[in-house]
Design a protein around this ligand. Structure first.
Ligand code: TXA
Ligand code: MG
Length: 528
C-alpha cells in the first residue's frame, strides 16, 4: 500500500483524523514516542495494528483521549488514588490502568477487564484526538521487539508501505514511553517507569501508596508488556558499570574491532577517535531518554560494522529509572561490572596438547577456578538470543553442526564469526571474573584455543602455552573425538604451529608425561 507522508499542519492533522475515523492506520507523534494509531472502537482496525506490528495478541493497547474528562466514558470506576494522579499528571506522559466498562472492545484491551488510558500533552496529538472524535488506540509505532520510534524517519523505516499515513511531528521531546500505573488494587503499581517518576508519584500519592511492579509481582506480570523481549537492536548491547567503567569501555573499544560506544557527554574527550554516540549528560536523564532509541537505531543502520555496543549505565534517580529500564531490556540484561578481579592465568595451545586436563588439575591444585573459554563461547553463541539470531541470519544456518562445517571450510566466514562473537565472549569473561572476585576466589585458570586471537590473552596476568608431541596429540584427539589418525593429523596441520603459541606466551610447557609432571611444570611457569 502507498503510505501518505503528512506534515503536522492543520491539513495533515485533519487528513490523519479522517483516515482514523474511516478505519485506517496512521503513525502519529506524541511527546513520548510515535504511536501507531487507529480508532479504539473499531475491532478490525485494531486487529490491523497487531498485524502490522507483529505484536502478540495478548498485549493490550493504550487508549488515547483528548482530555481527562473523557476517561469516565470508558471506565467503570476512578478510585481516589487514580483521580489524584490523573489531576496531577494528565495531560502528559502518564497512563492509568483502570477497570473498564463495556465501551472499548475486547481486542483493544486484549480481553482484559481493565483499560489503559492516556491524554498526551503533545499539541499535535491533542489536536488529532480532538479532530478524530473517537478514542484512539496507539501502541508505539515500532515493529514489535524493536526500539520505539522517536523520529519521523524511524516510522518510515518500520512502517512505510504498511500503514495509510505517517504524520511528521519532528523529534519526540521525552523519548521513552509513558509511565504506566495500575490502579486496580489498593495501591498504585508502576508497571512501566517513564518521565512521570516514582518520586513524582510518591509526592502526590504518598510513599505508602506507590509500589513498583517488579518489587511486587513475581510470576504473573501486572502488565502483559513486561514479559516480552523489547527494544532489541540487531547488534548486541552490554551495559557497563562499576569503578572505572568509562576507562574499561575506552580500553576495549581501542583494542577490539567493531565496538560502538554509548557514553556520557562528559566523556566525549575520553572516547574521541572511537565510534562514539553521545548519550547526553550523565546528570541529565531526560537527555539520555530523548536520545537512547535514536542512538540504538542509528547503530543498527550500520549493523555490519559493529559486533557489540558498550554503553555507560545511567543512575537510577528520577527519570534515570525509565532510561535504565529500556536500556537493560535493550541489552537483554547483559552487563559487565568493572572493578576487582582475581589473578588470571591463561592457557592456550593446539588441539591434543591437553590444555583442559592440565588447566583443570592446576586450578584444583592452586584453589583457583577453571574457566573453559571454548565452552563459554559455544554457550553464548547458542543461548544469547540477540547473538544467536544474528549468527543464524548472517550465515543462513540453524544448527551448531552447520555453522562448524561452514567456518571450517571458509576462512572468511570464520573471520566474520570471530568478529561477531569475540567481543561478546570477552564481555562475558570479564563479568564472570568480577563475579569470582566477589565470591572471594583468588585466581582463575582460563583455557581456550583462541585466547591470543580473541585478545583475551591481553587481560591475563600470565599466559602459558601447552604443547605435546605430534604423536601424543594425535593419540589424544583420536581417543577423545573418535576420529581416525589421518583425520586427527589433518586437523593438526590446519592449526597454527606450537611456536606461535610459545612465542606469544610468557612461558611454555610440554605435556607429554604424567599429569603430575605437567602441573608441577605449570606451577613453575606460573610462579605460584
Ligand atoms: O508513551 C506511550 O505510552 C506510547 C505512546 C504512543 O502513547 N504508547 C505505548 O504503547 O508505549 P505500547 O503499546 O507500546 O505500550 C503499552 C504498555 C504495554 O506494556 C502494555 O502491556 C501496557 O501498556 N498495558 C496496556 N493496557 C494495559 C492494561 N489494561 N493493564 C496493564 N498493562 C496494560
Ligand atoms: Mg511499545
Amino acid at each position: 500500500m502507498k503510505t501518505l507522508r503528512l506534515k503536522a499542519n492543520k491539513e495533515g492533522i485533519e487528513t490523519s483524523a479522517r483516515i482514523i475515523r474511516d478505519g485506517g492506520l496512521v503513525a502519529v507523534p506524541t511527546e513520548t514516542v510515535y504511536g501507531l494509531a487507529a480508532s479504539a472502537l473499531l475491532p478490525e482496525s485494531v486487529k490491523r495494528i497487531f498485524e502490522v506490528k507483529g505484536r502478540p495478541q495478548d498485549n493490550p493497547l493504550i487508549v488515547h483521549l483528548p482530555s481527562p474528562k473523557e476517561i469516565e466514558k470508558y471506565v467503570s470506576d476512578v478510585p481516589p488514588l487514580a483521580a489524584k494522579a490523573i489531576k496531577a499528571f494528565m495531560p502528559g506522559p502518564f497512563t492509568a490502568v483502570l477497570p473498564k466498562n463495556g465501551v472499548i472492545p475486547d481486542v483493544t484491551t486484549a480481553g482484559l477487564q481493565s483499560v489503559a488510558v492516556r491524554c498526551p500533552s503533545s499539541p499535535v496529538m491533542h489536536a488529532l484526538l480532538e479532530a478524530a472524535g473517537a478514542p484512539v488506540a496507539a501502541p508505539s509505532a515500532n515493529l514489535s521487539g524493536k526500539p520505539s520510534p522517536t523520529r519521523f524517519s524511524h516510522c518510515v523505516k518500520d512502517l512505510d508501505g504498511r500503514v495509510d499515513a505517517i504524520l511528521d511531528g519532528g523529534e519526540c521531546a521525552v523519548g521513552v514511553e509513558s509511565t504506566v500505573v495500575s490502579f486496580l488494587g489498593d495501591k498504585a503499581v508502576i508497571c512501566r517507569p517513564g518521565a512521570v517518576t516514582k518520586e513524582m508519584l510518591i509526592e502526590v500519592l504518598g510513599e505508602e501508596n506507590v509500589v513498583s511492579a517488579s518489587e511486587k509481582e513475581t510470576e504473573k506480570p501486572v502488565s502483559p508488556g513486561m514479559k516480552y523481549r523489547h527494544y532489541s537492536p540487531s547488534v548486541p548491547v552490554y551495559t557497563v558499570e562499576g569503578a572505572g567503567a568509562a576507562e574499561y569501555i575506552k580500553e576495549r573499544a581501542s583494542r577490539e574491532k567493531g565496538i560502538a560506544v554509548i557514553g556520557f557527554s562528559e566523556h566525549k574527550e575520553l572516547f574521541s577517535g572511537l565510534s562514539f554516540y553521545d548519550f547526553g549528560s550523565e546528570s541529565k536523564p531526560s537527555e539520555q531518554a530523548a536520545r537512547l532509541f535514536a542512538i540504538l537505531r542509528e547503530i543498527d543502520e550500520k549493523e555490519k560494522d559493529f559486533s557489540l555496543v558498550l554503553c555507560e549505565t545511567p543512575s537510577e534517580k528520577g527519570e534515570g529509572e525509565a532510561v535504565r529500564n529500556r536500556l537493560f531490556r535493550a541489552a537483554s540484561h547483559k552487563r559487565v561490572t568493572t572493578g576487582d578481579r582475581p589473578a588470571v592465568i591463561g592457557v592456550t595451545g593446539r588441539s591434543g596438547a591437553g590444555k583442559s586436563a592440565v588447566s583443570k588439575a592446576a586450578a584444583e591444585a592452586f584453589g583457583y577456578r577453571h574457566i573453559d573459554c571454548d565452552a563459554l563461547a559455544n554457550d553464548i553463541i547458542w543461548n544469547f538470543p540477540p547473538l544467536c539470531e544474528r549468527v543464524k541470519k548472517e550465515f543462513s544456518v540453524s544448527t551448531k553442526k552447520e555453522l562448524s562445517k561452514l567456518v571450517f571450510e571458509d576462512g572468511k566466514a570464520l573471520e566474520r564469526l570471530d568478529f561477531l562473537v569475540l567481543p561478546v565472549i570477552i564481555s562475558e569473561l570479564d563479568n564472570l571474573l568480577f563475579g569470582l572476585s566477589r565470591e572471594g576466589v583468588k585466581g582463575a585458570v582460563a583455557e581456550g584455543a583462541t585466547l591470543i586471537e580473541s585478545g583475551f590473552a591481553a587481560r591475563c596476568d600470565k599466559l602459558i602455552a601447552v604443547s605435546a608431541s605430534e604423536k601424543e596429540a594425535v593419540k589424544r584427539i583420536t581417543e577423545r573425538d573418535g576420529i581416525t589418525e589421518e583425520a586427527a593429523k589433518k586437523r593438526l596441520s590446519g592449526q597454527k604451529p606450537d611456536g606461535f603459541y610459545a612465542r606469544a606466551a610468557d612461558a611454555a610447557i610440554v605435556n607429554d608425561g604424567s599429569l603430575e609432571e605437567a602441573v608441577a611444570a605449570f606451577k613453575r611457569a606460573a610462579k605460584i
